[in-house]
Design a protein around this ligand. Structure first.
Ligand code: AMP
Length: 281
């Protein structure tokens, strides 16, 4: 019991996170919702933040999480990337994962937690600390397990209307060589019910990437619609889970990166000129 208590006390380190992530797969998680209603005061400067990015497929979690990860010097861990790496590795899970992803469904909690544990373990060996999680947790069960093992400080919930999400996913392209994301869609959507119009310029590739663009196999209209349905069914309750804990920061994207990035930094109490060294000095 003492050992368990000790591990719980130090549960913000990724090694104890690993221990509990694995252990929690066979236990039922008890969730204690705290009664706060607003997100905690954020002071990310000079700390190894432990943040989560939530939001529908195509909203831009990867884009903004990777920019923040570079700014704050913490790893950006996207479980969708872990799944894609595994399915292209021709390992034992490869075929099973391809089938699930290409139907727009979620991979089992067990598989995803194993992939995440392996990624954390690797990072720990390299001396990483802190993280920005993108695409995890996606079920309340995953959120409960994460809650048992570590202290998530802030959950950023990125939001865009569904018609914009569809256009963004259909326009998404990836450079098969450097892995960077681009978007060919030029979006101009009239705001409904008093919401503002949304315009996003395409994010075009540089000439060296232009001939190497590929489309994600799950970015077809049918699969995107299914992924949005699955998000509403399985992942929206995760928003409620964190809202109940007072950790959720709602962020309606006002447009593309040029409009949204400065506003997001402002909401997070960050400055573009911050870097990890400056912040800790
Ligand atoms: P993403 O790149 O985040 O859209 O993820 C691509 C696919 O990977 C999803 O449609 C799911 O099939 C799978 N996936 C990613 N993260 C998770 C998760 N936390 N739980 C279950 N499945 C996931």
């Amino acid at each position: 019991m003492a050992a368990v208590t000790r591990l719980f006390r130090s549960s913000s380190s990724s090694s104890s996170a690993l221990f509990y992530i694995r252990r929690s797969l066979s236990t039922s998680a008890a969730t204690e919702l705290k009664s706060q209603t607003c997100p905690p005061r954020i002071d990310p400067k000079g700390r190894n933040v432990q943040w989560v990015f939530l939001g529908c497929p195509g909203v831009g979690k990867g884009t903004y999480a990777s920019r923040l990860s570079a700014l704050l010097g913490v790893p950006h861990i996207a479980t969708g990337d872990l799944v894609r790496e595994e399915l292209s590795s021709s390992g034992p899970l490869s075929k099973q994962l391809a089938d699930i992803v290409n139907q727009g469904k979620l991979v089992s909690d067990e598989i995803i937690i194993n992939l995440l544990s392996k990624r954390l373990e690797m990072g720990e060996a390299k001396g990483e600390s802190g993280f920005i999680l993108d695409g995890f947790p996606r079920t309340v069960r995953q959120a409960e397990i994460l809650d048992e093992v570590t202290d998530i400080e802030l959950v950023v919930n990125l939001k865009l209307p569904e018609n914009v999400l569809l256009e963004k996913c259909l326009g998404r392209r990836i450079c098969s060589q450097c892995g960077k994301n681009f978007n060919l869609a030029s979006i101009n959507v009239k705001g409904e019910n008093g919401n503002p119009d949304i315009s996003m310029a395409p994010l075009l590739p540089p000439s060296q990437c232009a001939s190497k663009l590929i489309t994600r196999s799950d970015d077809t209209e049918t699969i995107i619609r299914e992924r949005l349905r699955v998000y509403n069914e399985k992942s929206q309750p995760v928003e409620d889970f964190y809202r109940g804990q007072g950790k959720l920061l709602e962020f309606d994207l006002p447009g593309g990166i040029p409009e949204s990035w400065p506003k997001l930094l402002e909401a997070l109490n960050l400055d573009e000129n911050d870097d990890k060294q400056a912040a800790t000095a």
